[in-house]
Structure formats: structure tokens, C-alpha cells
Design a protein around this ligand. Structure first.
Ligand code: 13P
Ligand code: ZN
Length: 269
């Protein structure tokens, strides 16, 4: 069977990066069973040959109408598919979809009729806004990082900007590479439109969003960029937890040190 990746190097490059990151997610222990999902807006990688491809599924409703995504193409992890399998065989555990002209449904194009992630509403709602804003960001990632999810079980960490300030203060790089910080979405049913709407609202002010007692949602120019942001936040969470395990509350960088960093790196907050 000929893969859609053949003759489409730009698309193959994006799928390669997804496979690499899927392997990292598994190795880090953030992707138990089918945990987590990835979608990439690959519309720029699409040529006339792909545009002419027939659908291999019936149209499926998204659950919302997304006007800016009309005719857009996405690579999506399949629902119930494992990250560790996506790493080795991306086109068997994910698929390319096209958003239909009604902007409220999609069809699967290739390689196989792998149904996209159950979190497709959250992912596509975020992509819709990114396209509307003319953003260069094309990748969205949802994953279950152990330390960050553990911290979301404590009410004090769910208060506005408490976790952001704590994580920024553990190591200078965190603020430099995640300069708008970590937003919080109170618990919502996985895969619900309510979760999607709350995620979108938090992404207006933050780089990465925490889904209470569930996971995080990140956006990036490509999947490496989205992964890096979750990785730096998780590193800070690990430093905090390690210090607590050694029996002390870490001092954290001082406000003066943080301010100095913001000036040096020209950071927004
Ligand atoms: P999917 O297997 O449908 O992508 O779901 C995994 C997940 O983490 C849901 O929140
Ligand atoms: Zn999840």
C-alpha cells in the first residue's frame, strides 16, 4: 500500500517529528496505555495530489463549528492508540484528516481509517484560533506528566499563578522558555467541549494549560516546540519534589532574580 508520505517530504518530516516525540512521551512515563494525543496542522504540506485524494471514511461530526479550519488538513494520533506504537508506526496509529466544507465535520484521508483522538474537539478548537490569529503555531500536544498531574491534586497549586511562579523559580530556564507560564483548567470531563472551551480561554494568557487531575495541553510551532515547554515545566516540578523529598521547602529564585531574568530575556511577565 502506498503511503501518503511518499512523494510528500514536508509531510513526512512532520510525521517523523511526531513519532520521535511520541517515543519521548512513552520513555518519560507520561503516556500510559493510550494516554495523550497529538495533532498537527499540515495544510501547508499538502499539494494537489493530496487535495484530489478521496476520503476513506464517512464525514464525522467534530461537535463544534470551526470556520477558520475549512479545508484544512491535520495529522492526528488515533483514539485508543498508544504513543509507544505511534513512535514506531505513525501511519498505523494516526491518520491524515481533512475538515469538510461545513466546518463542523471531517473525513479521514490516509493511510488507514484510524479514527482521530477523542480530544479532537480541544485540539481543533485551538487550531481554529491559531489560524484565525495568523499564528505560526501548528502543533498541539496533550500528555499526562506525572509530577505536574500530582501537583494538580493540591488545591493550593490550582490558585491563579501559584504553580507558574513556583515552577519559574526552580531554575531560570523555565521562565525563559515558558514565559507566559501554566494556566489552570478545573476538572472537566475528558474529551468534552467544555474542556475544549476552557482550554482555549486559558491559552489566551498562558503557554501551557494544566487539566486538573488529568494532564497538560501545550501548543508549539512544531511538536518538538510543544514538547519542550512541557519538559521544562516538568523539570521544575521534579526539582521542587526532589527538594521536598530531601525534607526541605526549596527557597526558589528571589523576585529580584526573576525580574532580572525578565529584563535580560525581554519576557512579557
Ligand atoms: P485518545 O486515545 O482518544 O487520544 O485519548 C487519550 C487521552 O489522554 C484522553 O484525554
Ligand atoms: Zn488525557
Amino acid at each position: 500500500m502506498k503511503s501518503i508520505l511518499e512523494g510528500h517530504p514536508a509531510l513526512a518530516c512532520e510525521v517523523d517529528k511526531v513519532a520521535e516525540v511520541a517515543g519521548y512521551l512513552w520513555q518519560k512515563g507520561w503516556a500510559e496505555r493510550n494516554g495523550g494525543n497529538i495533532t498537527i496542522n499540515v495544510t501547508e504540506c499538502v499539494d494537489d495530489a493530496i487535495r484530489r485524494m478521496p476520503a476513506i471514511s464517512e464525514p464525522k461530526p467534530i461537535g463544534i463549528t470551526l470556520h477558520y479550519l475549512k479545508g484544512c488538513y491535520f495529522f492526528c494520533k488515533g483514539t485508543q492508540k498508544r504513543m509507544r506504537d505511534l513512535a514506531r508506526r505513525p501511519m498505523e496509529n494516526g491518520s491524515v484528516i481533512r475538515i469538510c466544507d461545513d466546518c463542523a465535520s471531517y473525513v479521514i484521508l490516509a493511510d488507514r481509517p484510524v479514527v482521530p483522538t477523542s480530544e479532537v474537539a480541544s485540539h481543533l478548537m485551538v487550531h481554529d484560533t491559531l489560524v484565525a490569529e495568523g499564528s505560526q503555531k501548528r502543533a498541539t500536544l496533550h500528555t499526562h506528566p506525572i509530577e505536574l498531574v500530582a501537583m494538580s491534586h493540591a488545591k493550593k497549586f490550582l490558585e491563579k499563578d501559584v504553580l507558574t511562579r513556583l515552577l519559574w523559580s526552580m531554575i531560570p530556564e523555565t521562565k525563559a522558555f515558558c514565559p507566559r507560564g501554566l494556566g489552570i483548567v478545573p476538572y472537566r470531563m475528558p474529551s468534552s467541549v467544555e474542556l475544549a472551551e476552557a482550554t482555549l480561554a486559558e491559552l489566551k494568557d498562558y503557554d501551557v494549560v494544566m487539566w486538573e487531575k488529568h494532564g497538560v495541553f501545550a501548543v508549539g510551532t512544531d511538536i518538538m516546540d510543544a514538547f519542550d515547554q512541557v519538559d521544562v515545566l516538568t523539570k521544575s516540578a521534579q526539582i521542587y519534589i526532589n527538594a521536598r523529598s530531601m525534607g526541605f521547602e526549596p527557597d526558589g529564585m528571589t523576585d529580584v532574580q526573576m525580574k532580572e531574568l525578565s529584563v535580560a530575556f525581554n519576557l512579557p511577565k
